[in-house]
Design a protein around this ligand. Structure first.
Ligand code: ATP
Length: 381
């Protein structure tokens, strides 16, 4: 295990911050302050040290600071020092010009592809947007689960991108018609290859998460029974060879051309699957559980993935971003969450409006007050 922590964070024109700097010890961090103070904005800044659109799924223009009346977000930057086993790495990201289509990622001041971030930092997060995860459509759950897969297998994101692009192109050909069958064959081959890899990675992560949840046993978080409902993930879970999944998916796509053209969307493939979660003790689907139980079920999944990644030999251990999680938990679960974070030796960032939520973290975490006057480290010893 590589012990990884973010020890310095600098923001320029990011969301509500003109400039801000935080120097951190590597211990868990709790951020307290009133609504709208900028706590989530800080977590979001950290989340940009993974490839993608950050924990709010925002566009690049949205995150650039905008004063009232300004139409466009400014150019912005966030920089971090990551310490791993005593070695420091400097990461930076942002856009150099307002309205830029892509963000630049820098590693030790050199521009690198965003994928390189995963070599230095892995993250798992839980935000209030995920509170309705079990009540939303399958797409939200797939995205949530894919994030967990991605934290363990960074190549998963690339496979999903190839798949989405080929899927869009195939649908354009089918709906614009008449489609060139040779070009369709080529796109379907690409879809089948990327789709089979996605299905395998999802099935592998699901099995590992279920193992982790089962072996961790008695905890104050509800045990979950997980499954992936998609045909391709199920095939992978049953141990099918990847070549067989790929071949079957290619055949299914070729056979579905007319049907997909009529529907205006592809009706089969790993973009259709869902994550099913059952509250094991109650034997009830998560959607039928209370709000607090749902939150605890999701938190348990996130913690299980964090625990797995914390044990991984060859990858940096993860940073946990838990936005407004503490306030949803009763005191016993909150204390258990803090104990787990400490036992896993992870740097977690937690937010809340009241300092008393973090009483049980006194002496073992760093507190930061976030308010209109800026950021201030609290005395938590
Ligand atoms: N691009 C932007 N430019 C300037 N300010 C922004 C921008 N985007 C968001 N904000 C401001 O940031 C503030 C929200 O910050 P944030 O979501 O981090 O608050 P919070 O401390 O997490 O609050 P809560 O406790 O309510 O969740 C809002 O006042 C919002 O107007």
């Amino acid at each position: 295990m590589t012990s990884t922590a973010l020890t310095r964070l600098t923001l320029s024109d990011f969301r509500s911050y003109a400039t801000a700097e935080l120097v951190l010890s590597g211990a868990p961090v709790f951020l307290v302050g009133p609504n709208g103070a900028g706590k989530t904005n800080l977590l979001e800044a950290v989340s940009f040290f993974t490839p993608g659109r950050g924990l709010r799924g925002a566009s690049l223009a949205e995150v650039g600071r905008r004063l009232p009346g300004e139409a466009q977000g400014r150019a912005w930057a966030v920089a971090a020092v990551i310490s791993a086993d005593g070695e420091e790495t400097r990461l930076g990201t942002g856009v150099e010009q307002a309205g830029a289509a892509r963000r630049t990622v820098r590693l030790e001041a050199e521009t690198v592809p965003p994928g390189r971030l995963a070599e230095h930092l892995r993250q798992v997060w839980l935000t209030p947007a995920q509170d309705r995860l079990f009540l939303e459509g399958a797409g939200e759950r797939r995205r949530f689960f894919d994030r967990l897969v991605f934290a363990a297998e960074p190549r998963h994101a690339a496979h999903a991108q190839v798949y989405d692009k080929a899927n869009r192109e195939r649908m354009r050909l089918l709906t614009d018609g008449p489609a060139d069958p040779v070009w369709l064959d080529a796109l379907e081959a690409r879809l089948a290859e990327a789709g089979a890899l996605m299905a395998e990675a999802r099935a592998r992560t699901l099995a590992a998460l279920q193992d982790e949840i089962d072996t961790r046993g008695e905890r104050p978080f509800p045990q979950a029974q997980l499954s992936l409902t998609g045909e391709w993930e199920q095939m992978a879970a049953e141990g099918a060879e990847i070549a067989d999944i790929e071949a079957k998916l290619a055949r299914a796509l070729a056979a579905a051309r007319d049907r997909d053209a009529a529907a205006g969307r592809a009706l089969t493939g790993p973009h259709r699957g869902d994550l099913a979660v059952i509250h094991a003790e109650k034997d009830r689907p998560a959607a039928e559980c209370s709000t607090g139980e749902q939150k605890a079920l999701i938190l348990n999944l996130v913690l299980a993935q964090a625990a797995r990644l914390a044990r991984a030999e060859s990858a940096p251990n993860p940073i946990l971003l838990l936005d407004e999680v503490a306030a949803h938990l009763d005191r016993r679960r909150r204390a258990a969450l803090f104990d787990e974070i400490e036992a896993l030796g992870l740097q977690a960032f937690l937010t809340g409006t009241d300092e008393h939520l973090f009483e049980d973290l006194q002496g073992r975490a760093q507190g930061v007050r976030v308010d209109a006057s800026g950021l201030a480290i609290l005395d938590t010893q």
